[in-house]
Design a binder for this molecule. Structure first.
Ligand code: CA
Length: 229
């Protein structure tokens, strides 16, 4: 599944090389040349992964990574640090700042794409193409099919993404704002009650199979997928 990847890199040639390769791998690429521009973009849309150059004009990549980790809204975004430095002490500093992985320049584009895939699988299982099966519901991201028992279910694209997210993060309660960030990717322009509308549609689609009971409302908090309701 395509991911939205924010590339924060001040060197135009490297930014271009990365963007071309990620787009070729099917991802959507957003570009920023420094931390300030990147934080404006993150405020509007939460990316699925951030590729962050260590040496940036103004605030360093390291400081920006710490800032992202310090904010509840951006805390969980996977970060891959890009840097020309290869010393172990730098690597430790990068990982301690909250980066998920570390790629040393020069890197092969193929390696970078593979690292992104690995980080996505670890941190955002709903963005990978692994089928999920839970509580009698089966969802296949490749074929976009959802089934329960022997019945196939027809879900709209938003209901599909919503169910995929809930099933890959089961049992936990997700607030409406979190669901907007994770499923819609943008919590600025969509009202929170939109989530309720799509939850209602999702339940209605699941009703014929009895599986709607897995989608639970937690009063005052949000929604969750419970495997054994
Ligand atoms: Ca740089």
């Amino acid at each position: 599944m395509p991911a939205n990847i924010l590339v924060v890199e001040d060197e135009p040639a490297i930014q271009e090389l990365i963007a071309i390769n990620l787009e070729h791998a099917g991802h959507n690429v957003l570009r920023a040349h420094d931390a300030e521009q990147a934080s404006h973009m993150v405020r509007e849309v939460l990316p699925d992964v951030i590729l962050l150059d260590w040496m940036l004009p103004g605030q360093s990549g390291l400081a920006f990574a710490r800032r992202l980790r310090g904010d509840e809204r951006t805390r969980a975004i996977p970060i891959i640090m890009l840097t020309a430095r290869g010393a172990d002490t730098d690597k430790v500093a990068g990982l301690e700042s909250g980066a998920d992985d570390y790629v040393t320049k020069p890197f092969s584009p193929r390696e970078l794409v593979a690292r992104i895939k690995a980080v996505l699988r670890r941190r955002s299982p709903q963005l990978t193409e692994e089928p999920v099966e839970l509580g009698g519901v089966r969802l296949d991201p490749v074929t976009h099919r959802v089934s329960a028992g022997n019945s196939g279910l027809g879900l709209g694209p938003t209901e599909f993404r919503l169910l995929h997210f809930l099933m890959t993060h089961p049992e936990r309660v997700h607030s409406r704002a979190q669901l907007l960030d994770k499923v819609w990717g943008d919590h600025v322009f969509v009202e929170e009650r939109t989530v309720d509308v799509h939850i209602r549609r999702l339940r209605k689609s699941l009703e014929p199979t009895g599986c709607e009971r897995h989608i639970q409302t937690v009063r005052g908090s949000g929604y969750r997928f419970a495997a054994t309701p």
